[in-house]
Write a protein of this length. Structure first.
Length: 150
């Protein structure tokens, strides 16, 4: 009786090829970079923006700095956020001067501050923020709003 398959031979497991490991890691990193979600803009909850009938988009060439003014849920005092960092009112001028000086002289005219203000916020706080921006020589200000329903 002739056997085609010999059972007497022992098969050894092939050794792992570690030269492919960097390729596998690169593929995994590439996959996670493509499949992850990047947060953009202010993500502070609790800001209910006012409604507006006529809205415009900010010029694409503009360098936009997002400023959020809302009430703190615990202390019920107004808090000011510049680009997702809480900033006290007396530091707004210094922070914006640094932002403005980081731009080249020709690009400074395109610096725009987008104010995202809670609709229940008092106008006195908004005026104080605008005064601090004026002292930093940031004069282009726009207000973020939600469109009115039709």
């Amino acid at each position: 009786m002739n056997r085609r398959f010999k059972r007497s031979q022992r098969h050894e497991l092939p050794s792992l090829n570690f030269f492919a490991l960097p390729d596998i890691l690169f593929i995994l990193i590439f996959f996670f970079v493509l499949s992850s979600h990047v947060r953009q803009g202010n993500t502070h909850s609790g800001v209910s923006m006012p409604l507006a009938s006529e809205l415009q988009q900010v010029d694409k060439r503009a360098y936009v700095v997002y400023v959020t003014i809302k009430q703190d849920l615990n202390t019920h005092k107004p808090t000011i956020w510049i680009e997702n960092k809480e900033v006290p009112l007396n530091r707004i001028t210094a922070v914006m001067k640094v932002r403005r000086s980081a731009l080249e002289i020709a690009e400074r005219q395109y610096l725009v501050v987008s104010l995202r203000v809670d609709k229940d916020m008092t106008m006195g706080v908004v005026s104080d923020v605008k005064l601090a921006l004026r002292q930093a020589k940031v004069l282009n200000i726009c207000y973020a709003a939600m469109p009115e329903p039709d």
